[in-house]
Design a protein. Structure first.
Length: 198
């Protein structure tokens, strides 16, 4: 299972199902998980240059509020997945737990995200590439910790959205660095190599 660091917003029990964290009760952790799931979907939509479905703009917040109040988590998760990209639905069907789904999504994002391709094109070998990715992920981590320390950071919708996007960015960068270390070629690393040879 791939690396996941979720900044105490979400945690998983021994079976890989969402559980309470040190700072979040079960309802809040489940709502955070569903929001994270929607943000992974949004990241993939943006990578494909597709628009965000109306559900995520109009209905998602109401679903998350009901989950914080103790409503049925599985029904809410199904409702969100119904509105996700087909690739997300496929990964959900292949996953045996909540943690496995997020891990699979994280691997999928790290293999498909092209955001850092240009920065990586100057890397001569895997060691340099791994160093660059690790350096960027460290910066993202520091920024996240600073933002999360701010009082009521999660009350502002825009800040909350950016926090979750950066959680995804951080985890996908760490997953990518690990792939590079093990000489697995990610999509954007392949592009960088092709760019170097052109």
């Amino acid at each position: 299972m791939s690396f996941l660091y979720l900044f105490d917003m979400v945690d998983f029990d021994d079976k890989g199902e969402v559980c309470a964290t040190k700072s979040c009760d079960l309802g809040s952790a489940r709502a955070n998980y569903l929001y994270l799931l929607s943000k992974y979907n949004q990241t993939l939509l943006q990578n494909e240059k597709l628009s965000i479905p109306a559900f995520f703009k109009e209905d998602l917040e109401g679903v998350l509020v009901s989950i914080r109040k103790g409503e049925d988590f599985e029904i809410a998760k199904s409702q969100i997945l119904e509105n996700c990209l087909n690739n997300v639905k496929i990964l959900a069907k292949q996953s045996k737990s909540d943690k496995e789904l997020i891990s699979k999504l994280n691997d999928f994002v790290s293999e498909n995200d092209k955001e850092f391709a240009d920065k990586f094109s100057k890397a001569v070998n895997n060691l340099q590439l791994e160093y660059i990715i690790t350096s960027i992920s460290g910066n993202v981590f520091e920024e996240l910790v600073k933002t999360l320390c701010k009082v009521d950071a999660l009350q502002d919708k825009k800040i909350k959205s950016n926090i979750y996007k950066n959680i995804i960015k951080y985890n996908s960068l760490v997953a990518t660095a690990d792939k590079v270390k093990n000489t697995e070629k990610t999509t954007y690393y392949k592009q960088a190599l092709l760019k170097d040879k052109a």
